[in-house]
Design a protein around this ligand. Sequence first.
Ligand code: FAD
Ligand code: NAI
Length: 468
Amino acid sequence: MADQTPAYDVIIIGGGPGGYNAAIRAGQLGLKVACVEMRETLGGTCLNVGCMPSKALLHASELFEAASKDFAGLGIEVAPKLNLGQMMAQKQDSVTALTKGIEFLFKKNKVDWLKGRGRLDGPGRVVVEGPDGAATSYTTKNVIIATGSEPTPLPGVEFVEGKVIDSTGALSLPAVPKSMVVIGAGVIGLELGSVWRRLGAEVTVIEYLDAIGAGMDAEVATAFQRGLTKQGMKFRMGQKVTSARADANGVALTVEPAKGGDAETLTADVVLVAIGRRPYTLGVGLETVGAAPDARGFVAHDHFKVAEGVWVIGDVTHGPMLAHKAEEDGVAAVELIAGKAGHVDYDLVPSVIYTTPEVAWVGKTEEQLKAAGVAYSKGKFPFTANSRSKINHEGEGFVKVLADKATDRVLGVHIYGPQAGELIGEACVLMAFGGASEDLARICHPHPTRSEAVRQAAMGVEGWTMQA
Ligand code: FAD
Ligand code: NAI
């Protein structure tokens, strides 16, 4: 095995949002840094087969549906025709531009990209097996494990290319299926289910729990499910799939009530399994530094440290499996390595579901506040009463602001409505500064914008909403 000198300050294994942001920050701080990535392109799950391609298809399919259903009402007569090949090509073009952008940033910040599969080989040593199979050993003061996650398989439901698929398969189907069953009403199921429903598939979502949205505020989940149902998505709640059989005609699924009962058979052209993701640590050599994943596969840490000189960030460790959380982890870990005060406030990591309309939230849900015995006040404002949303025929949804009853400090903001993902940023800033609902309510917002609905909901906490 070739031995490579000089030593690095930090080698990062994994070039996703956790790894590439850590690498760039390390370069900015003057550390000698390398990032090991085994894909042909940088950017990890997010840029290659996650956030970005899914948003490209959500955007294009949203416009297709609007052109098919809404344009005529605005006085625009068109007869849209789907060109799925072009829709996929523009998605891929954007993905390529983004992954090349990370390569550029690596060069700009003096980050070495070590191409291949990396593994820890005891303290201070990383072995990289290159695409040609040759192994090279590197010495380093620090290693950051940023190996991300992979789809969780469902026992009894084997993946079959083009028929029983995961999110990666659902991002590149060659044709619109007539029918699609989505297993799991979480973020992936609802986003990618929406894409294929908009393009013409009959979509049925099977969810184990009684609510969609994997833990979002219950009032929002109810409204969101009603909205998706109105759009044509079908839901089977409180049910589980126990087996799948794929043949030339499609897929036959055995479906049972989650709490027990009679099984039935459901058929579909394509089945998307989206029941969560699990940490990916295959062959990364944690055992060589005395570390191991926990029972659920996550690598636990103390301020990102798992052993002397070994750090962990992103999906492979605890916390929400989100790109921006991975990025925060990565920057904080590198700043700690550089002797700075790296820190992440996990209470303020926002979530967004990029459906139409979107769902976004930050902080606590009502259910979490009740369970913790926190007394809170609530302000709510509907988008039907927001002038910009009304004029654009986008009146679905509401904003909800939850504030501490005694101090008025904002504890949670939940938005189901147009551009919710953009609107939530204001709540993140407010809450990071420990802001009160009155602060938000007294800040002048531009008119006419949807952001006025956020302000009005904050006014509602103390009962002086004006526009409803
Ligand atoms: P990853 O992005 O998974 O990157 C890990 C990288 O490590 C991979 O490229 C992998 O090839 C590499 N790797 C693994 N092991 C090795 C090894 N031994 N040697 C070398 N390289 C290795 N999050 C959001 O915030 N917003 C969204 O809109 C969003 N949409 C999503 C849509 C989909 C369909 C999916 C699947 C996910 C989405 N996510 C979204 C989640 C987001 O993609 C992840 O949270 C994020 O990518 C995690 O970043 P990471 O750096 O921890 O891991
Ligand atoms: P998820 O955790 O969001 O949802 C999984 C859903 O499947 C849950 O509702 C769960 O109750 C259900 N489920 C689990 N087992 C089941 C079974 N056997 N039968 C039926 N239902 C079952 O996971 P998902 O959607 O796979 O997403 C994985 C991760 O990717 C999430 O953590 C999410 O944060 C991230 N992601 C983020 C996006 C965003 O930020 N917009 C977009 C897509 C993914």
